[in-house]
Design a protein around this ligand. Structure first.
Ligand SMILES: NC(=O)c1ccc[n+]([C@@H]2O[C@H](COP(=O)([O-])OP(=O)(O)OC[C@H]3O[C@@H](n4cnc5c(N)ncnc54)[C@H](OP(=O)(O)O)[C@@H]3O)[C@@H](O)[C@H]2O)c1
Length: 294
């Protein structure tokens, strides 16, 4: 088996941790981000207990702070690493009904779910171009679709940070749509030198429970996993690992997947005009030039 060098964001818990374990077990070198040294140490200790030879490199970063995200990517790039897969797993669905902003003044969901992947991809672009059949994978969600529970996303290009009409649900759905705009616009620029695809892991109540509180958390942990529409965590992790490593995806770019199969993204996500409009807006919001990829 070919060993790949893979960076997974949000590897300390949830689906990201499952993915890190699966990739490390498969013999890959896995760099993964966490928010604290303790979370990194805990993950490494737990995984090495089961897989002593696992090649694991924890990296501490708060993805809501874009200056830190850029610095991390630039540091790794300057170290000369060759990155084969950049896997943007980390994401938030806020528990707070009130709009929260990052220390840099951006709406948090947009910053973590969309702008951080942009900034990290840009800073790691030279490292990816040194990789072997390099891939970028973004974790979006079926909740970006027109028929999403509770209604479709409603992204306002004049108010991307939702200063008006904020709800946590709206911020999340908008972010997952915007992440696909970013994904498809990047795929177009990268050609086949770096392939870029999005994925929905399915509805995984056991990990999604972290974004809930009280009674809902109990329901998510103990009742929802038995529902027919729920995805088992091992199946979701298998689907993410497929996106990261399966050779069936060599040369495939600009696609959206779920359950290891292509899935049509929403008409809005596939709209090239909207993708390009968002590409320009996202560069402004992240404070970087728009012409970095390709
Ligand atoms: N579970 C589902 O049903 C479902 C469905 C569709 C899509 N998704 C997507 O799948 C991905 C993984 O979901 P999950 O269920 O595993 O969620 P989770 O258990 O809540 O894990 C989220 C991960 O993101 C990290 N993260 C959040 N904010 C961060 C920040 N500011 N800086 C650094 N890391 C941050 C968390 O790290 P900390 O431990 O430091 O908080 C954690 O590792 C997300 O993008 C989610 O939107 C999930």
């Amino acid at each position: 088996m070919e060993q790949r060098s893979i960076l997974v964001t949000g590897g300390g818990r949830g689906l990201g941790r499952g993915l890190v374990e699966r990739l490390a077990r498969g013999g890959h070198r896995v760099l993964f981000t966490v928010r604290t040294v303790a979370a990194g140490d805990d993950t490494v200790a737990a995984l090495r207990g089961v897989h002593p030879a696992a090649e694991l490199v924890p990296i501490v970063v708060d993805l809501s702070v874009l200056a830190d995200v850029a610095r991390l990517g630039e540091t790794l790039t300057e170290q000369g690493i060759a990155l084969d897969v950049l896997f943007h797993n980390a994401g938030i669905l806020q528990q707070s009904p009130v709009r929260l902003v990052t220390q840099e003044g951006r709406e948090q969901t947009l910053a973590v779910n969309v702008l951080a992947p942009l900034v990290l991809t840009r800073a790691l672009w030279p490292a990816l171009r040194r990789g072997t059949r390099p891939r970028v994978v973004t974790v979006s969600s079926r909740l970006h679709l027109e028929n999403a529970r509770g209604g479709p996303p409603s992204f306002d290009f004049d108010d991307p940070g939702l200063e008006r009409g904020y709800t946590a649900d709206r911020a999340y759905k908008n972010s997952k749509l915007a992440l696909l705009w970013f994904t498809f616009a990047l795929a177009r620029r990268a050609g086949r030198d770096v392939t870029v695809n999005g994925v929905c892991p399915g509805f995984v109540p056991t990990t999604a429970a972290a974004s809930t509180t009280g009674l809902m958390r109990l329901v998510m942990r103990h009742i929802m996993p038995h529902m027919p529409f729920a995805t088992r965590i091992e199946d979701a992790v298998a689907s993410l690992a497929f996106m990261a490593c399966d050779t069936a995806l060599d040369g495939v770019t600009g696609a959206f997947y779920a359950d290891q199969r292509p899935l049509a993204a929403s008409a809005a996500a596939q709209d090239v005009g909207l993708q390009e409009r968002f590409w320009t807006l996202a560069a402004q919001l992240a404070g970087c030039p728009p012409d970095w990829a390709g």
